[in-house]
Design a protein around this ligand. Structure first.
Ligand code: PLP
Length: 392
């Protein structure tokens, strides 16, 4: 290449090598913007006469590839990626409400979603009614201005399985949209769109990633809903890095395998913990003794119930603190869904923002530990809990 030093420094390498072969994997388009040969071509792309990328906040080939895969898993028309689960949740809700509207939400939710619904939406004059959707019908809470119903497939941290079919019927009867956070289940275990949900949201940081190294979010829905949320997202701007999209594409190839093993291990651990004298309650929908077993069997795709369970340790707060301290390879981390087993303590992590009264109402006790069951040999996981519990 000709030109002076600084010119060569800024342009060299732009011509990609010529090759009759091509990359086996989807390449990363690590670019914030795209080049056009002329104004006419740019015009055609802006006017939707030609397909093309303009700016990565609005779209990137890596996003598209990831969206195609996740839409395929959930059997949806379209998907949109975001830089975090909260980005996906916030954009889905904001795209569907305006000042003066009303939302019905489950009272047991991931703490961030609960705080967003309670605090942020109040600033925009959107009213939210929190309902114990497991024990109460939502029907009586609809108002003429109810636009959204928001629930989680498997609730965080009590692993309640919500009857999405029933809730979607009521939601549609009242002309509202049902948004379901399917983070704990993933499309391998449950496909909420098939059960009547309008929009499904994910913290891709969890099982979709599966290796604790990416923060991401995804929305899955029909084309109209995704377009609306995509346009809102492009204005607020919580976009995913093309590199993270590439990592998540790689992660998704093993989603089914991982979820099978997570579920298999979680069931065995839940069965062991259920019989342990130092555990008051085990919350896992795959246990035959769980009050959610039947509804999970009906709504889930197969015989897998996911890798998440919670336990109420005897002796409450003291017992929980000790168990966390006594575990060795099983780390205390305020997240979930990695390859290794980990524990979290909801009252101090995911649900930290809740007042004592709110925690009590949501049935989240100070003895509650959430377990993300990993892919290790199950005998080793059980043996570590056994030793740690014996020391309490
Ligand atoms: N939904 C659920 C069920 C979660 O557990 C979390 C995070 O823990 C989120 C949403 C938020 O996702 P992110 O941390 O990727 O923003």
């Amino acid at each position: 290449m000709k030109g002076n030093f600084s010119t060569r420094l800024t342009h060299l390498g732009e011509k990609s090598p010529k090759s009759v072969s091509r990359s086996k994997t989807i390449p990363i388009s690590m670019t914030s913007v795209f080049v056009f040969d002329d104004v006419e071509t740019l015009d055609k792309v802006y006017d939707n006469e030609e397909e093309g990328y303009v700016y990565s906040r609005n779209g990137n080939p890596g996003h598209d590839a990831l969206e195609e895969i996740i839409a395929g898993i959930d059997e949806a028309e379209d998907a949109q990626v975001f830089s975090s689960g909260m980005g996906a949740i916030a954009m889905s809700i904001v795209a569907n409400v305006k000042a003066g509207d009303h939302i019905i939400a489950a009272s047991v939710l991931y703490g961030g979603s609960y705080t967003f619904l309670k605090q942020e939406l109040a600033k925009f004059n959107v009213e939210v009614t929190f309902v114990d959707v497991v024990n109460e019908s939502i029907e009586q809470y609809f108002k003429s201005n109810t636009k959204v119903v928001y629930v989680e497939t498997i609730s965080n941290p009590l692993m309640e399985v919500i009857d999405i079919k029933d809730i979607s019927e009521l939601t549609h009867k009242h002309n509202a949209k049902l948004i379901v956070d399917n983070t704990f289940a993933t499309g391998v275990i449950c496909q909420p769109l098939k059960l009547g949900a309008d929009i499904v949201v994910y913290s891709a940081t969890k099982y979709i990633c599966g290796h604790s190294d990416v923060t991401g979010g995804i929305v899955v829905a029909d084309r109209d809903n995704v377009n609306k949320i995509r346009n809102t997202g492009a204005l607020y701007g919580p976009m995913m890095s093309p590199f993270d999209a590439w990592l998540l594409i790689r992660s998704l190839r093993t989603l089914e395998l991982r979820l099978k093993k997570h579920s298999e291990n979680a069931l065995k651990l839940a069965e062991y913990l259920e019989k342990h004298e130092k555990i008051k309650t085990v919350y896992y929908p795959g246990l035959k003794s769980s009050s959610y077993y039947e509804v999970a069997k009906e709504l889930f795709n197969g015989d897998e119930f996911g890798g998440m369970l919670s336990i109420d340790v005897l002796d409450g707060e003291r017992g929980a603190y000790e168990l966390i301290r006594n575990l060795e390879s099983i780390k205390f981390v305020p997240s979930l869904a990695g390859v290794t087993t980990s524990v979290s303590y909801p009252v101090k992590t995911s649900h930290r923002a809740l007042t004592d009264q709110e925690l009590k109402k949501a049935n989240i006790s100070k003895g509650l530990i959430r377990v993300s069951v990993g892919l290790e040999d199950i005998d080793d996981i059980i043996s570590e809990f056994d030793k740690a519990l014996a020391k309490i």
